[in-house]
Design a binder for this molecule. Structure first.
Ligand code: KG4
Ligand code: ZN
Length: 366
């Protein structure tokens, strides 16, 4: 089984071919990423301190043909030899989604192949099966620039959202903090770098939602606290910036640990027969070492395996989209969303959990 995947929901233009050997035993997954081409638009957006939707859409139009060609060439698979075209159809910036999905539809029509419209979040949710062959069910923490969610992944197409942010996404909080402190875009890695030389105990920032029975996240109050602290001691020296970053990061890790700890306990209750349950992290923020270390410690204490796919497959890419296409083909549900599917800028993974009022809808990909 070979699937060509296309991803254009935010600021990466990506295409990939993933194969699953039909000869391997069905219970053992041994997929191969034959190509994985990702073109980041960071430079186009850096001057604006964030992703500009219109610039992103235009950049996708310019780059996508070449990226798809490169992905096919790298994989040594011809279009004739793929079984289906899978493309991200949401959630995300609608301009980019239109570019990717329409291109995929055109390729599928010309090559007479089925099209599979994929939910971007499903791509993130299933990546751990592509990289680690993980069995269902498992728990997913998705922390990116547009999303902050805890999802129980029970099967292909069977997801239950247990928590989401009621305001900003975590990556967005990192990016806004960086902007406030005059650090370059993208903010997350720069906040982490600055924090390395800072005193995490200097500022007692709030730990949003910590201790609350409600499982959700909130980061906008923390952002306000950072702004107030920075304003109070302005102008900021490099050491002040480092101390604020370190204190912010510590608050985030602490709050996240509390929220995830609750989800681990719930997972134990709901899936008591899982001998070795697993927590999977995905999204750009998962690159943060302080956050990773906090989650790792939490998992080892709770008897959970901690699974962090390689960073290249944690951030936006098309291999996860191609893989989601393969999973849907194998599960016999590839024809749920086909050639007449219309891009959806909002498309919850779990249609049962009602959206929270104002929940995480301010980010580029919200
Ligand atoms: O998954 P991703 O590449 O794209 C989205 O789907 O949003 O995540 C990007 C987000 C940005 O907000 C970026 O600042 C954040 O991930 N990020 C980090 C780090 N590296 C990237 N946040 C904290 N620490 C990092 N080292
Ligand atoms: Zn993403």
């Amino acid at each position: 089984m070979r699937v060509l995947g296309i991803e254009t929901s935010c600021d990466e233009t990506a295409a990939s071919v993933v194969a699953l050997d039909g000869a391997s035993a069905p219970e053992i997954l041994s997929p191969k990423i034959l190509s994985n081409v990702v073109l980041s638009q960071i430079e186009e957006h850096a001057a604006f301190g964030g992703v500009v939707p219109e610039i992103a859409a235009r950049a996708h139009v310019e780059a996508l043909d070449g990226i798809v060609e490169a992905a096919l060439a790298d994989s040594s698979v011809s279009l004739d030899e793929v079984d289906a075209i899978a493309a991200t159809a949401g959630p995300g910036l609608v301009g980019g989604l239109i570019v990717g999905l329409m291109t995929a539809k055109a390729i599928a029509a010309a090559a007479n192949k089925p099209l599979i419209a994929i939910n971007h979040l499903e791509g993130h949710a299933l990546t751990a099966r592509l990289t680690d062959g993980l069995d269902f069910p498992y728990l997913l923490l998705l922390v990116s620039g547009g999303h902050t969610q805890i999802v129980a992944v029970r099967g292909v197409g069977d997801y239950q959202r247990w928590a989401t942010t009621i305001d900003d996404a975590l990556g967005e909080a990192f990016d806004k903090t960086a902007k406030m402190l005059g650090l370059p875009y993208p903010g997350g890695p720069n906040v982490e770098k600055a924090a390395a030389g800072g005193n995490a105990g200097r500022f007692a920032f709030p730990r949003p939602m910590k201790g609350s029975a409600q499982p959700d996240f909130s980061f906008s109050g923390l952002k306000t606290a950072v702004r107030q602290a920075a304003t109070a001691i302005a102008p900021l020296s490099d050491q002040d910036v480092a101390d604020i970053c370190a204190s912010f990061q510590a608050a985030v890790a602490d709050a996240l640990g509390d929220r995830v700890g609750r989800a681990l306990a719930r997972f134990r209750q709901e899936f008591p027969n899982q001998a070795k349950p697993a927590l999977v992290v995905a999204g750009g923020v998962a690159a943060n070492r302080t956050i990773k270390a906090t989650l790792e410690a939490l998992c080892s204490e709770a008897g959970f395996a901690f699974v962090a796919p390689p960073q290249k497959l944690c951030t936006d890419n098309a291999a996860m989209i191609a893989w989601a296409g393969i999973e849907r083909l194998r599960a016999g549900i590839a024809d749920e969303n086909t050639a007449d599917f219309v891009p959806r800028s909002r498309w919850p993974l779990d249609s049962v959990s009602a959206p929270l009022v104002g929940s995480g809808r301010r980010g580029a990909k919200a």
